[in-house]
Structures are given as C-alpha cells and as structure tokens.
Design a protein around this ligand. Structure first.
Ligand SMILES: NC(=O)c1ccc[n+]([C@@H]2O[C@H](COP(=O)([O-])OP(=O)(O)OC[C@H]3O[C@@H](n4cnc5c(N)ncnc54)[C@H](OP(=O)(O)O)[C@@H]3O)[C@@H](O)[C@H]2O)c1
Length: 337
C-alpha cells in the first residue's frame, strides 16, 4: 500500500514512525509493505514513488522544520488527485470554523478514488455526510478512529465488533484536559483559574484553552460519534454545549459532600445530544481521574460496555490510525487486491 501523509506534526510524525515499526506485521499478514510515498506540511513537500524512510523524514522535519522542498501555493490538491498512491493519512490541524485545509484534502483524495484515514475532527464534525457520501460514491474507505479519543477504540468497536447490537445510548468523558482540571479542583480544593494555570504549566492545556474548557472539543467528538455510531445526521452545531469555566470550588465541594464528583459528560440518547458538567457518584466508572477518556455504551444484548484509553499523544493517536490502515489492508486482502 502506498500512503501519503498530510500534515507532519505530532500525529503525522507518530504514524510515520509506527509504519516503520510495523513493516513485519504488514509483510506477514498481507504480504506487502506499507510505503510512505509522499508527505507534506504547511509549507514543504516531498515525494518518492520508491518509498521514503520514516526515520529520515522525522529527522529532517526536526532539523529543518520541513519535510522537503517548498510546496507550491495551491498545488497540493492537484498532487493528491494526480499522484499514484492508495491512502491519504490526513493529520492537519482541526479547524472548527470551515474544516479547512482537511476538508479539501480529504475530498480530493476520496474523489480521486483514494482511501482516507484521518485524526482531524473538523471535517467530520462539520461535514460528515458529504464526506461519507463521497467515500461511498467512489467505493473507497473513509476511516477516523483517531479523531475521537486518540487510543480509545470506540468507533471501530461499535461499528464492527458490535455491529449486531442495538446501541441505545452513549455517555463519556471525551476531553482529558477538562477532566484533569476538575480532578485537581476536587483533590486540592483549587479554584478553577488556578487548576487551569497548573494544567497550562504542565502542557495539558493550551495557552488559549477555550477549545477544551468551553466543551468545543468534546462537542466535536460527540457529533462524530452520533453520526458514526447512531447514524444521525448532525454537526458540531447541533450539540447542546456547556463547558466547565463557571464551575466553582463550592460546587465541587458540595458534590463531594454528596459523595459525587463533577465531570464534563457527553451524552447521546433518544432525548439528549449534549455536553455538560454533571455530577457522577464517586466510584462510578465515569468518575475516572487524570487525563483519560472513557465511553460507556448501553446495548441490547451485551448490556453495558465501557472503553477507557488515552485521549491523545503521538504514539497513542498513531495506534488508532494504524488500526484503520490495517482494516483497509484486511479488506483489500479479503477482496484479493
Ligand atoms: N496530538 C494528539 O494527541 C491528537 C489526538 C487526536 C487527534 N488529533 C488531531 O490530529 C490532527 C493533528 O494533530 P497534531 O497534534 O499532530 O497537530 P500539529 O502537531 O499542530 O501538526 C499539524 C501539522 O499540520 C500541518 N499543516 C498546517 N496547515 C497545513 C496546511 N494548510 N497544509 C498541510 N499541512 C498543514 C502543520 O505544518 P507545519 O509543521 O509546517 O506547522 C503540521 O505539520 C489535528 O486535527 C488534531 O486535532 C491530535
């Protein structure tokens, strides 16, 4: 399989390394190599039909800030359409205003008959239907396990292993930064601003933390889950959203008196499509601490299923992208391609 990596930051570099690490698995299971035949970031570009060395690519990015030569303005889309490769691994930044540049790259690949594996929430949270239809129309795969909860494999689990279940509802914690802040407020009695500052100092929260603490990130992920698992037709704008900015130490202390904790919960059922702070009994799986992500599904046959995992990280997110690449390789293998 020939892949091109779009975006070569934390996640793009992570998947390049993991592709290098798993060549034996690709050869043993599918009798083929996965070759990185191209990569680009915001301003540079490299291609080699024979395959690029992942280690060299990552080293070049670290040493020069780019992956190769300067890319020509407006030429990337043409490159995606015309260059000979099978799968685009799309890891450009999430943009919740217009989904770009990811939307253009993904659409160009799908319409050119190429599979897409992405970690980018923006295009999926805003234009899920358009993208899924383009994939169907062009008989290629669009896979996005990494877009929700990094290494918490809830999408493929629900769509593939639990295909025979009726999934009634889903609840979960989809943002590790909020969970960390709420937990620090409870454990240390810190006011919100101080817990946020601590998270920023530790690199857990961004300098502009609004995307996390106002529930935007969780709402994007919930919209993707609603579309992918519950076959809804929603965007991020359809999610009722309240963040954690106005949670006070008093509210946290009051919850503790009742043996409860406050958590930012995303919920999908036949009445709710909502991200909001909720009280959860201590000891309940959703009272989980740290920066972990967790999702609980309620199904008709299996009952309750809980998945916990790391929501972010270079290798963790690459793990989810790898699972999608393997699914495409398995499908091709089964069809004798
Ligand atoms: N980090 C995680 O743990 C994690 C987990 C789950 C999902 N995600 C999602 O995965 C995606 C990538 O995250 P990340 O952490 O790897 O971000 P990142 O480190 O900021 O990397 C983004 C990459 O995209 C490139 N880029 C920016 N604009 C571009 C453009 N117009 N055309 C081509 N490339 C462009 C950047 O180029 P330069 O290098 O030139 O700046 C950079 O290489 C995001 O959508 C994020 O939400 C991340």
């Amino acid at each position: 399989m020939k892949v091109v990596i779009a975006g070569f930051g934390t996640v793009g570099q992570g998947i390049a390394e993991v592709i290098g690490m798993r060549q034996e698995l690709f050869s043993k299971s599918f009798r083929q190599k996965v070759r990185i035949v191209g990569a680009f970031d915001s301003s540079t570009f490299v291609k080699d039909a024979k395959g690029l060395d992942p280690g060299e690519l990552v080293a070049r990015k670290a040493a020069t800030g780019g992956v190769g030569a300067k890319s020509q303005e407006g030429k990337i889309r043409e490159f995606i359409e015309e260059y000979d490769f099978d799968t685009l691994i799309e890891t450009t930044p999430t943009n919740i205003l217009d989904a770009e540049p990811g939307y253009t790259y993904i659409m160009a690949a799908l319409n050119a008959g190429k599979n897409v594996v992405t970690s980018n929430k923006g295009p999926l949270a805003l234009k899920f239907r358009e993208l899924s239809r383009a994939a169907e129309r062009n008989k290629v795969q669009l896979r996005y396990e990494a877009s929700v909860g990094g290494a918490m494999p809830v999408i493929n689990l629900s769509r593939e292993l639990l295909r025979g279940e009726h999934i009634y509802s889903l609840r979960g914690i989809l943002n590790g930064t909020c969970n960390f802040i709420l937990n620090r407020m409870k454990d240390e009695g810190l006011p919100f601003d101080q817990a946020l500052r601590e998270a920023q100092e530790m690199g857990i929260a961004e300098r502009d933390p609004s995307y996390d603490i106002d529930g935007v990130d969780s709402a994007c992920k919930l919209a993707i889950l609603a579309n992918a698992i519950f076959n809804m037709d929603v965007t991020y704008h359809d999610i009722l959203r309240t963040g954690i900015r106005s949670i006070t130490e008093d509210a946290i202390a009051l919850a503790a008196e009742q043996k409860k904790v406050v958590r930012l919960i995303g919920e999908i059922n036949d009445k709710r499509l909502e991200v909001s702070p909720r009280m959860v009994p201590m000891g309940h799986p959703l009272a989980i601490g740290g920066t972990l992500n967790i999702v609980q599904l309620i199904t008709d046959l299996a009952g309750e299923i809980t998945v916990v995992g790391r929501g972010a990280g270079r290798r963790e997110t690459a793990s989810a992208l790898l699972s999608d690449l393997l699914a495409i390789l398995s499908d091709d293998h089964a069809k004798g391609r």
